[in-house]
Design a binder for this molecule. Structure first.
Ligand code: CDP
Ligand code: CDP
Length: 201
């Protein structure tokens, strides 16, 4: 079994960017598990029953800008509350984590539920205002007409739903290293993560 890195945190904390850079640096495979929930959320918006959607997910459902919208993000956090949806996505994530060449997975429950035995666990945070600012900038960059206050209330609503659900709520694993990126550059956050990883490899 290869080295496994589990990275969790709330929306726009920087976990995806950090995960991609770590995967590239160490030559590991990367899975953005949020895409699985976004794909199920998108199918729900298209009229498919969420549990059925989770069971019939295919690779081609996982890419495309259609998953990167605020409406799909909200739908993702709604389907993520359903235990049968989470269960349907479990085996794929665990198999990915066990890849022999090493793997980085990022999401909400990687260190707590998907990979409780991960070699390194990180919990990436930032204040809601900083995260909303980052997500707002990204959406504007992609040509979407959204205002900061709407993005902030979306982020807060999703945080509350993700932390408040009974099954696999968003919370740091006891053995996770917490990295608050509110006032950190991506480079600094990646350096902090690399120091923790290099100490375990
Ligand atoms: O994956 P997650 O939703 O946690 O966040 P992300 O997609 O990695 O980051 C959201 C945005 O914040 C991206 O545009 C990053 O470039 C930016 N970011 C930043 O400005 N400073 C950081 N320390 C981390 C991320
Ligand atoms: O990129 P961002 O952090 O905004 O969201 P995401 O990682 O794409 O996740 C979208 C939604 O999927 C989250 O708000 C969670 O409700 C759900 N999710 C989850 O429940 N468990 C995961 N491992 C990943 C995402």
């Amino acid at each position: 079994m290869g080295f496994t890195i589990a990275i969790d945190g709330p929306a726009a904390s920087g976990k995806g960017t950090i995960s991609r850079q770590l995967a590239e640096f160490y030559g590991y495979a990367h899975l953005d598990t949020g895409l699985l929930y976004r794909a199920v959320g998108k199918k729900m918006l298209d009229g498919v029953e969420p549990i059925e959607a989770a069971h019939s997910l295919r690779a081609e459902d996982l890419d495309g800008d259609a998953l990167r919208t605020p409406a799909v993000a909200q739908a993702a956090s709604k389907v993520a509350v359903i235990p049968e949806v989470r269960q349907a996505l479990l085996d794929f994530q665990r198999a990915f984590a066990r890849r022999s060449g090493g793997a980085v997975l990022d999401g909400r429950d990687i260190g707590t539920v998907i990979c409780p035995d991960a070699d390194v666990k990180l919990f990436v945070t930032a204040s809601p205002e900083v995260r909303a600012g980052r997500r707002h900038a990204e959406l504007v960059e992609r040509g979407m007409d959204v205002d900061y206050d709407t993005v902030l209330s979306d982020v807060r609503e999703r945080d509350a739903r993700d932390m408040g659900r009974a099954d696999a709520p968003l919370r740091p694993a006891e053995d996770a290293l917490q990295i608050d990126t509110s006032e950190m550059t991506i480079e600094d956050a990646v350096s902090a993560a690399r120091a923790a990883i290099d100490a375990k490899r």
